[in-house]
Design a protein around this ligand. Structure first.
Ligand code: KG4
Ligand code: ZN
Length: 326
């Protein structure tokens, strides 16, 4: 049994996962309401809240799983990328727990964690596949040849897709966090009402760009170019078009037989449906994690730890977190 801890952004999460990939518990304490008045995550506020929530989250994860600390064989924790102060709270808690029980510690890369959500029961996905990871902090395409490894072949040159959703929501007066709120507003709108650009489609390589889209929305909002619901639907459609279009180009270029979509933005139902339609046209399989495992959680971190090197007791005490990927 592996205890996972995740504190890279504004979710304090702890989970227990078995070696086989069964999720025995999955606790996510969201700080979203705490940061909402500021219109985004305030790093120092996040660190302090993680400090208050991390021990209760771990206790709750153990109780929900029906186990005690003594039943654990390893502690897994996100070591980066993310907010450095937030990461250090989770890493320190994980070190302390592992050290006290003389357990190994498994440092996990957050992006590997998002992909490893796919390896959990009850419907684990088997590599090889091409992964589209779209979250608030990252948007990338990666070839995944086997569990535990991935090669990034493209990434966003500016904003992440989730960031585009969040900034769009803010422009539409929807507050933070904006992805789900924008999807709700868009559900009553016409996606063809306004034509937003889907950057990079057809260009060489596999990178993305979303910053121009946000500028176009700002202009459309100012000009009152369409009703808010129509703008939301059209803006969402452009993000989805860019994500699915670039992923489809990469599927064709790499000859992948399966496309997997992960990360917080993969909760978006318009994206899930568009990806399903495109995969059917391409004749490839689409793999999606359950929505709850797409956004930040600790079950995905414990899952990734099954395929990452463990640091034996007590060799991890000097281990440091990292804010950005090397
Ligand atoms: O993976 P995640 O939980 O955290 C990061 O690692 O960043 O992703 C959070 C992002 C946020 O930008 C949020 O607005 C977006 O995922 N998101 C959505 C939806 N639910 C969450 N974006 C679009 N539609 C949604 N339903
Ligand atoms: Zn994430």
């Amino acid at each position: 049994m592996i205890l996972g801890i995740e504190t890279s952004c504004d979710e304090t999460a702890a989970a227990v996962v078995s070696r086989e990939g069964a999720v025995l518990s999955n606790v996510v304490s969201s700080q979203a309401a705490l940061h909402a008045p500021y219109g985004g995550v305030v790093p120092e506020v996040a660190s302090r809240r993680h400090l208050e929530l991390v021990v209760p989250a771990v206790e709750r994860a153990l109780v929900d799983a029906g186990i005690a600390l003594g039943d654990l064989e390893a502690v897994a924790v996100t070591e980066g990328p993310g907010l450095i102060g937030a990461l250090l709270v989770g890493l320190s808690a994980a070190k302390a727990l592992a050290y006290a029980r003389r357990l190994p510690l498994v440092p996990v890369d957050h992006l590997h964690g998002h992909v490893a959500a796919l390896y959990l029961e009850p419907d684990p996905v088997e590599p090889p596949f091409l992964a589209l990871l779209a979250s608030g902090g990252h948007t990338l395409l990666a070839e995944v040849p086997e569990r535990g490894s991935m090669t990034v072949i493209g990434r966003s040159l500016d904003d992440a897709a989730g960031e585009a959703f969040d900034k769009g929501a803010r422009l539409l007066g929807l507050g933070y966090p904006g992805g789900a709120a924008l999807e709700r507003l868009a559900s009553g709108g016409d996606p063809g009402a306004h034509r937003f650009p889907a950057a990079m489609l057809g260009k060489p390589g596999h990178d993305f760009s979303f910053s121009g889209l946000k500028t176009a929305l700002a202009r459309a909002v100012r000009a009152e170019a369409a009703a808010p619901a129509d703008l939301a639907a059209s803006y969402q459609a452009a993000i989805v078009r860019a994500l699915v279009g670039r992923a489809a180009e990469a599927v064709e270029a790499t000859g992948a037989g399966t496309l997997a979509v992960v990360g917080g933005v993969a909760r978006n139902s318009v994206l899930r449906e568009a990806a399903a339609r495109r995969c059917e046209e391409l004749g490839v399989r689409l793999a999606l994690a359950p929505s709850a495992l797409c956004s930040d959680n600790a079950a995905m971190i414990a899952s990734a730890a099954r395929y990452a090197p463990a640091l034996p007791f007590p060799e991890y005490l000097s281990r440091d977190a990292y804010a950005t990927a090397a």
